[in-house]
Design a protein around this ligand. Sequence first.
Ligand SMILES: Nc1ncnc2c1ncn2[C@@H]1O[C@H](COP(=O)(O)OP(=O)(O)O)[C@@H](O)[C@H]1O
Ligand SMILES: [Mg+2]
Length: 422
Amino acid sequence: MRNPKILVLEKDESLADQVRGVAAELRPRPEVVAVDRATGVEDAVNADGPFDVMIAGPSMSTKNGLSALQAIHDETPATSLVLAFAKRPDASLREIIRTGAMDLLQLPVADKSLHDAVERAVAMSRSQPTSSAGAPHHLAAPIAHLGTVFTVSSATGGCGKTFYATNLAYYLHQYTGKRTCIIDLDLQFGEVSTALRLRPRFTISDILSRDDIDEVNLADHIDEYVVTHDSGVTVLPAPKDPSDADRIHPADVQRVIEAARAKFDYVIVDTPAALTEIVLAAFDLSNQLYVMATLDLPSVRHMGVFLNTLEKLKISSDNVKLILNKAERDVGLDVAQVTRLFPQGFTSVLPYAKEVTKSVNVGTPVLAFAPTSEVSRRMAAGMSPLLPEASRGKALEAEGPTKRSLMARILRRTPSAATAIS
Ligand SMILES: Nc1ncnc2c1ncn2[C@@H]1O[C@H](COP(=O)(O)OP(=O)(O)O)[C@@H](O)[C@H]1O
Ligand SMILES: [Mg+2]
């Protein structure tokens, strides 16, 4: 395979110089070509292309710059586009997404972060079915060191996002033993730590207010800011003060998620009930989205609007799963009616269950608190396809005739769960 090629598009040479510096450390060593304006790209491609990666600098962060990038990316879709901007561009997230960029770096960027981003972008470009090199490559598997990101969202409040996110994290960790972290992006009123009865020392605000934030690789420090639940699941909590939420921008959220997925095997993102730019920033880095609704007309209607919006934003519906929660009989709307409205179907339909309230009151996911309850069994059935083959047997065993062994294990856990509460 030939050496990768990187095109740097920026007025100022210093970005290309930094890219050359980090490229020297990569194997195979990429060749770096620089152009100072968008109109130079075509000549560069003809003379030196095709390129595996294009890195666009801050002079492209204007609306015009972004639409030029979109046009370039449409012409050369196999080239991974990375945006390296000094500040959040004065454009909507939608305009940024439309450029097709796979990564957004904030300048000044530490060499280590740039190195990782370039490495990832080269790998992504080479995993395309027909890469810019013209020959098919067989690197389609996800890049080994990145964890899987799940984001749980809904259009209306109280749908059970926090409930589902905490249980999903518990389930994945319980049956795979892999490192799992919940990021609470309900920045104003996040309740993951409350739902798990945790007393966090630090929150997402603390990691983002480090003095050396622009120099460090956050992945090396995220462990210092998470709090660990008795089950082994870790949580990066929402700010303690709701007014701190305003200081957190989409680019910050992406840095945190990137750091988390570099460090954890599973990252579960809990969100507020809205399609804010923060939530869209999380979607951008998610492998799987959950959209939740409860069994009532406003919630179901807004789920429809939410899904239409995702479609307009070109978020692939392949990665969206729907969950209907708090299903009850005789409420004037039945599950069959709702299912007809969403032909893609629901991954799980969960009943309204008292065990959920009880489990929240003791800070234990309902899957651990009442594993044999209907709500737990239904939830586990929807989650089991996420497990790697090797872990599935263990989970099935827990759902099947040997339920008691899981119960026994959980009961043995209870005393320490109680200490976590105190
Ligand atoms: N299936 C369920 N049965 C009973 N109560 C539920 C169920 N799902 C969620 N709840 C409760 O509903 C409330 C809202 O759930 P929560 O997860 O906080 O929603 P969101 O995060 O979407 O706002 C919580 O008190 C939670 O315990
Ligand atoms: Mg919530």
